[in-house]
Design a protein. Structure first.
Length: 425
């Protein structure tokens, strides 16, 4: 007999439009292999991507053909509905080619799962469209801009910065306060309803210069009511949802319970673990090509003074990657547990998962720091790859969601039954 929890995730009647995936037989292993095969091509374009502010249109077409933007998308809407473990393993390979390009790609690709989890069926039909091609950044911090209720929906306008992944987007997702209330909502606007500002790329920032984190300007866009959801449901998802979400009921997949705190930070951490792997690749090459400065003159990799930091960084990168994979598995396990017996995926579960990922990100950045110092001052010259990876990690270190000391206090407060004091939790 099916449990009550099992009944909660049975798909609703799927009458209406369905979209076939471009390659219905694509497997998780093939998706990851495609990403690994693109790594060197992504790496070779680092300079041009950084100057442009994002990867090339040709690479974008390769990413589309590979299926990256459909990896987390529901099968009903032309996606492959892979799990988060598969997705982030693939994205780690791209980030190993260029962490900033990984940031741009991931933050354009991951939000299809957010929409599939928390937006109503009619909105999903409209947003995924006739062919299922959907790319959308979410400017999650904020809110910014203004929003007022009008007949049938909302009128939104303003500027939202750091819209990572926006250059090739089909939609933009943003946060805003509803005028005259204390309600924060998450809205979606289609391409054509927003302007992408030219404020990213080149030397506009210290690092992550190819992350496509341009600002977005919206001038009086109308957003239909069913394209808008409350902040608590559309992102932080702190409250228990015993009846499931639109996504669990519509798609029959507990992954679409949509507890987004962990997956959101996994998107950032994957890029700096990629930076650690890339920096290891670079120092390996340098150490094999360079010789020691003082007798005995031998290949540099035979010197204990390069072996030690390389080994330390390798272990940090290995641990960070293993932590990322485990965190993805934990997310999926929590969702399946909820579906099996109704055990809530609690706010503390989400926050601790986020914290595990912050720890992994710190280890990856520590690895890059070790390698940057070990590579000597030659690695600090403009255009050197380790210098670029160090700058990219510096950007992650400064991100508000990566501040482990601040975050740890909030996790402890939730554990002791106190309000976290952040994000309405």
């Amino acid at each position: 007999m099916m449990s009550d929890a099992g009944r909660r995730i049975r798909p609703q009647d799927r009458a209406g439009r369905g979209i076939a995936a471009p390659e219905p037989g694509l497997t998780p292993a093939e998706l990851i292999a495609r990403a690994a095969a693109l790594r060197e091509r992504v790496r070779a374009e680092q300079d041009a991507s950084e100057a442009r502010g994002c990867h090339s249109p040709e690479l974008q077409e390769a990413f589309i053909r590979a299926g990256f933007f459909r990896a987390l998308q529901p099968r009903r809407f032309g996606g492959y509905e892979f799990d988060y473990t598969t997705f982030y393993k693939a994205m780690l390979e791209i980030s190993r080619g260029d962490p900033a390009v990984g940031w741009c790609l991931i933050l354009g690709a991951t939000h299809s799962a957010q929409v599939a989890s928390h937006w109503p069926e009619q909105a999903q039909i409209e947003l995924f469209g006739a062919d299922g091609h959907f790319i959308a950044p979410h400017r999650a911090q904020g809110p910014a801009g203004t929003c007022r209720r009008v007949d049938g929906g909302y009128r939104v306008e303003g500027v939202w910065n750091y819209a990572s992944g926006v250059p090739y987007s089909t939609h933009f997702i943003g946060n805003v306060m509803v005028e005259g209330t204390d309600e924060q909502v998450v809205f979606i606007v289609p391409r054509g309803g927003y302007e992408i500002l030219g404020d990213w790329g080149g030397d506009a920032t210290l690092g992550m210069r190819a992350s496509g984190s341009n600002s977005v300007r919206i001038e009086g866009a109308f957003v239909p009511a069913h394209w808008v959801v409350p902040m608590g449901r559309g992102l932080w998802s702190a409250d228990d949802v015993p009846g499931g979400t639109y996504g669990t009921r519509l798609h029959g997949n507990p992954m679409y319970l949509g507890r987004m705190m962990g997956p959101y930070h996994a998107s950032l951490v994957t890029t700096v673990i990629g930076a650690a792997r890339a920096a290891l690749d670079e120092l390996d090459e340098i150490a094999r090509a360079r010789k020691t400065r003082f007798p005995p003159i031998v290949p540099w990799y035979q010197d204990v003074n390069i072996q030690r930091p390389f080994g330390q960084a390798l272990l940090l990168a290995d641990t960070a990657e293993a932590t990322l994979v485990k965190a993805c598995e934990m997310y999926m396990d929590y969702c399946r547990r909820w579906a099996a017996d109704g055990t809530p995926f609690s706010a503390e579960d989400s926050l601790r998962l986020w914290g595990v990922l912050i720890t992994a990100g710190g280890m990856a950045c520590d690895a890059v720091e070790l390698l940057f110092r070990a590579a000597s001052s030659a690695a600090a010259k403009k255009g050197q790859r380790i210098e670029r990876y160090w700058r990219d990690c510096a950007m992650y270190r400064g991100h508000s969601s990566a501040q482990s000391a601040t975050f740890a206090t909030g996790v402890a407060r939730v554990h002791f039954g106190l309000p976290m004091g952040m994000y309405g939790i």
